[in-house]
Write a protein that binds this ligand. Structure first.
Ligand code: ADP
Ligand code: MG
Length: 394
């Protein structure tokens, strides 16, 4: 995967019609009110830059899962309203995606004007990456800008297909994602430490496989640790683990030794006799019969923090414990603190990891929190993301 891609700064957009794929898939309450506009705010730098350059801006996005049919529940109207308020100028919403209204509104745009197409997923052709639909969408514009990292791992018409018909570049959000994460994978500041946790080894096999080739040290926490512990012959009580991943876990540990990669597993735990808000946390060195590990223990925190202290680059994916329950959030909190206090380039990938860092108050201390859950995992796996691969190389 080539991470050196052209951006909106590398292409002339003055007076040009520019189709910009954004990620406006915002959370809404039952009345359709937007409950968090982080994604809309995140798109503003790209939109403002293009408007300042005098481009004619045609924004598009998906919202929710309308399943290929027009459904007013998933209209982008609230997004158009919020965008207008944030920009202090009207963003006209087209009544359709590639229909008469969209075409008329696009044709009438003046330099610096901004419009928004209706939900691209009102067409089943979007997720099928139908070439005729992609061509029609592309026909509205002269340049394509992808700034939706959250859907960059999908080959849909508006995320990749349109690039077959238009010169394609990235916006500032994708530029930042590939700049920071691409550098970590290609030319990291060392030592490069990966912190991997979360629910399952099986979700992270690709990430482990790729990072073991690049890292100096891999730190394991979360439920994932217990599959490795069991594979190493330890007693894990009733801790969550994956029977069918024991061989893989053994293989990873052998490979790490062979490659000289440090591989760290928890040396103590915070256990409980059941999983739940009301569970009593019990710190322990060895997990007793009938107990389950729900967080890494204080000795582990000490050991991991020491390894993180002098790191040059840290990639973190997956919480160290059940951070949603305060009694089992200490490990995740301490690791977030250690990463925040180190001078390392720190990258947080994964939906729950990003939520944990934000919830625990360390968000502004990290170099980069990826905006795409699934997309960031595929990126860290070293996979080619269609929404990025389709962009012009530098
Ligand atoms: P991400 O979304 O960042 O990739 P995951 O989805 O893999 O992360 O994992 C997050 C989930 O893992 C959290 O809901 C957390 O409660 C759970 N988890 C972490 N440690 C444990 C544990 N020891 N036992 C059970 N669940 C755990
Ligand atoms: Mg998750």
């Amino acid at each position: 995967m080539n991470y050196a891609k052209k951006s909106i700064e590398d292409i002339g957009t003055a007076g040009k019609k520019v189709l910009v794929r954004c990620d406006f898939n915002v959370p809404q309450d039952e009345n359709g009110e937007i409950t968090a506009d982080t994604r809309i705010v995140g798109a503003l730098p790209t939109i403002k830059y293009l408007a300042d350059k005098g481009a004619k801006i045609i924004l598009c996005s998906h919202l929710g899962r309308p399943k290929g049919k027009v459904d007013p529940k998933y209209s982008l109207k609230p997004v158009a309203e919020r965008l207008s308020a944030l920009l202090g100028k009207t963003v006209a919403l087209a009544a359709d995606v590639v229909g008469e209204d969209a075409k008329a509104k696009a044709a009438a745009l003046k330099d610096g004007d901004i419009m928004l197409l209706e939900n691209v997923r009102f067409h089943a052709e979007e997720e099928k990456n139908d070439p005729a639909f992609a061509k029609e969408l592309a026909s509205l514009a002269e340049i394509y800008v992808n700034d939706a990292f959250g859907t960059a791992h999908r080959a849909h018409a508006s995320t990749a297909g349109v690039a077959d018909y238009l010169p394609a570049v990235c916006g500032f959000l994708i530029q930042k994602e590939i700049g920071i994460m691409g550098k970590a994978l290609e030319d990291p500041k060392r030592p490069f430490v990966a912190v991997l946790g979360g629910a399952k080894v099986s979700d992270k096999i690709g990430v482990i496989k790729n990072l073991i080739l690049k890292c100096d040290t891999i730190i394991i926490g979360g439920a994932m640790a217990y599959t490795f512990k069991k594979a190493a012959g330890r007693n894990i009580g009733t801790s969550r683990f994956e029977e069918d991943k024991l061989d893989y876990a053994r293989e990873v540990m052998v490979r790490a030794v062979g490659m000289g990669v440090g591989f760290m597993l928890p040396i103590d735990h915070v256990c409980a006799d059941h999983f739940g808000e009301d569970a009593t946390p019990v710190p322990c060195k060895h997990i007793a019969e009938g107990m389950m590990g729900l967080d890494i223990g204080p000795k582990t925190v000490e050991k991991y923090s020491a390894a993180l202290k002098n790191a040059g680059t840290v990639v973190w994916n997956g919480p160290m414990g059940v951070f949603e329950i305060p009694a089992f959030a200490e490990g995740t909190k301490a690791i977030a603190k250690a990463i925040a206090e180190s001078d390392a380039v720190s990258i947080i990938g994964g939906g729950d990891s990003a939520a944990a860092v934000e919830q625990l108050g360390f968000a502004d201390k990290m170099t980069h929190i990826s905006t795409g859950g699934g997309a960031s995992l595929e990126f860290l796996e070293g996979l080619e993301l269609p929404g990025i691969a389709c962009l012009l190389d530098k």
